[in-house]
Design a protein around this ligand. Structure first.
Ligand SMILES: NC(=O)C1=CN([C@@H]2O[C@H](COP(=O)(O)OP(=O)(O)OC[C@H]3O[C@@H](n4cnc5c(N)ncnc54)[C@H](O)[C@@H]3O)[C@@H](O)[C@H]2O)[C@@H](O)CC1
Ligand SMILES: Nc1ncnc2c1ncn2[C@@H]1O[C@H](COP(=O)(O)OP(=O)(O)O)[C@@H](O)[C@H]1O
Ligand SMILES: [K+]
Length: 517
């Protein structure tokens, strides 16, 4: 799914109207219907809130609010409307103002007459949408401050008023703190960034049949990976496949006290469908590893507590390094040797050895930035924001972090997975793909190691292109976390639960096998 700018969204609106032979008021009616269904979903038919206040601005966002007020009134909700005065109202605002039944109380807001809002009022914020051209000031800002201090349940129409759709607003600007946001057609970039969570609340996107042709023709660096994007992305395992078909992966992981990271990553790699897995681990971890992962092979390092040797890479189709590695100088030297070996072409024409770098491998890269020039094309790096900062610089805000991310992936021709809620995958071509799956239960030690193992499995599978493998791993990892949380609850979720649910998560992304019997 694409994410468009506010300007592109306006053009999409226009294209939909032209292509489908609609009036703009008819499109607005679709938006209002979607909002009405949100109310039905929340309150059912019989349990309507005692007091619903619609705050309506002068543009089409306010027009949506006016249309919704009519629909709610017709559905026997007790509604009242407060209008923000302006010198100009949009034509569809005027149309819906006229259609509002006289029985609905309408008041004009002024500094001395702000609408009454109690903690029990359900407030629809239809002040400003994607037409916001500057931070809110004056009366609009006063209304927002009044609303925010009332602590009422707020539903924002399209986007919380005062929030820019794809940039930071100046600090201390007035922005509505919504509990819910219902948007139309496509998500907005602002919804995906931690700095906006306090304003956006829970968000959802309702389909109002916006022009698919226009969306397909419109270019954007931003994408949202949802279930529809991922359907059928994992190829079926051919009937006559054998373990060589899915690649032999090498995992370099673990140190004394952190063997669990190696075990979790290995488990995820095996559940990710790899053909063969070899783990190279410090000698202290040999028994632990062999006992917990009998399906994997194990190479023991000469050093007891950390990795100091790089195995011969010839047998392997992909290598991951980092989980639980520690930052010993000898392990740092192994990382350097690995990058040097991987930056040499394997065969004359073949792609470079697929690499996945995580955790301490990233911290070591941050300490030795000269190694970045050795990264082979399409190497996968999986930093969380702190690890990413060590590779680049502190970000001013979440939008700046996205810029740094995009630049880094383009400059080093690698795939960077910036982890968190809505994990963002940056490609060498400058695209940013935000992931839709996952939950706060995954904010627990070892979740990232599981992702590394799954990435390793899918990068070893030669049937998947590098970008496809990484996007699939990120999505399936989050989905496995969601399936696990269903069983354990979020607080009770541990990383091993994610491993156990990788199989079902991948199945949901798989194509049905055809002609394989
Ligand atoms: N395809 C879509 O996305 C659809 C959008 N619709 C609605 O239309 C909205 C966009 O409507 P508009 O383009 O009319 O924009 P808005 O409703 O956001 O308002 C724009 C108006 O507010 C003024 N304005 C902007 N910033 C201001 C500020 N800081 N202080 C005071 N006034 C300010 C502008 O000069 C303009 O008059 C969407 O957010 C959505 O709610 C729906 O009606 C139908 C479908
Ligand atoms: N709130 C959240 N919502 C969705 N996914 C999350 C959330 N918190 C963490 N995750 C996921 O869990 C993983 C955590 O990785 P990481 O920070 O490396 O943890 P660790 O080092 O403990 O393994 C990442 O894939 C991240 O996207
Ligand atoms: K709004």
């Amino acid at each position: 799914m694409k994410i468009l700018t506010a300007a592109q969204t306006r053009a999409l609106d226009q294209a939909t109207i032209t292509e489908q032979g609609l009036t703009s008021a008819q499109l607005m009616e679709r938006a209002a219907q979607a909002l009405l269904f949100w109310f039905y979903g929340q309150y059912g038919y019989g349990r309507v809130p005692a007091d619903t206040l619609l705050l309506c601005g002068p543009g089409n966002n306010g027009g949506d609010g006016l249309a919704l007020a009519r629909l709610l009134h017709e559905a026997n909700y007790s509604v009242r409307v407060a209008l923000l005065p302006a010198s100009r109202y949009s034509p569809d605002w005027q149309h819906n103002r006229q259609r509002l039944p006289a029985a609905v109380p309408v008041a004009e807001i002024s500094a001395g007459a702000l609408p009454a809002i109690s903690a029990d009022t359900v407030v629809v914020d239809a002040l400003f949408g994607t037409g916001l051209s500057r931070p809110l000031a004056g009366l609009a800002a006063a209304v927002v401050a009044h609303l925010n201090q009332a602590q009422a349940r707020v539903l924002a129409v399209d986007i919380p008023s005062g929030l820019f759709a794809e940039a930071s607003q100046p600090a201390d600007s007035a922005v509505v703190r919504a509990r819910h946001t219902v948007s139309f057609g496509l998500p907005k970039l602002a919804f995906l960034l931690p700095q906006n969570a306090e304003f956006v609340g829970e968000w959802q996107v309702e389909d109002i049949e916006l022009s698919p042709g226009f969306i397909a023709r419109t270019t954007t660096p931003w994408h949202y990976t949802d279930a529809a994007t991922m359907a059928g992305q994992l190829p079926p395992r051919p009937r006559f496949s054998h373990k060589g078909t899915f690649g032999h992966a090498l995992l370099l992981a673990g140190s004394r006290g952190k063997m669990g990271a190696a075990v979790l990553a290995a488990g995820a790699c095996l559940r990710g469908g790899v053909g063969l897995l070899t783990a190279h681990i410090p000698a202290c971890g040999y028994d632990i590893f062999q006992n917990s992962q009998p399906e994997a092979m194990c190479l023991s390092d000469a050093q007891p507590d950390h990795i100091s040797e790089l195995p011969n890479l010839k047998p392997y189709q992909a290598v991951a390094i980092g989980p639980g590695l520690g930052q010993h100088a000898a392990s740092s030297s192994v990382l350097r040797q690995l990058l040097e070996a991987a930056s040499q072409p394997r065969e004359k024409t073949g792609p470079p050895l697929p690499l996945v770098l995580d955790a301490d491998a990233l911290n070591l890269l941050g300490q030795h930035r000269e190694l970045l020039s050795l990264l082979p094309e399409n190497a996968v790096l999986t930093p969380h924001p702190k690890e990413f900062e060590r590779l680049t610089e502190p970000a001013r805000d979440d939008y700046h972090r996205l810029e740094l991310l995009r630049d880094f992936a383009q400059q080093h021709r690698c795939l960077v997975v910036l982890k968190g809620a809505y994990t963002c995958l940056a490609t060498p071509g400058g695209e940013l793909h935000f992931n839709s799956t996952g939950n706060p239960g995954m904010a627990t030690g070892g979740s990232g190691d599981v992702l590394t193992g799954l990435l390793l499995a899918l990068r070893a599978d030669a049937r998947l292109l590098p970008f496809e493998a990484v996007r699939l791993a990120v999505y399936a990892h989050g989905l496995a976390g969601d399936l696990a949380a269903h069983e354990t609850g979020e607080a009770g979720l541990v990383a091993g639960d994610i491993v156990r649910h990788l199989g079902p998560a991948l199945s949901r992304c798989s194509q049905r096998a055809q002609n394989t019997k």
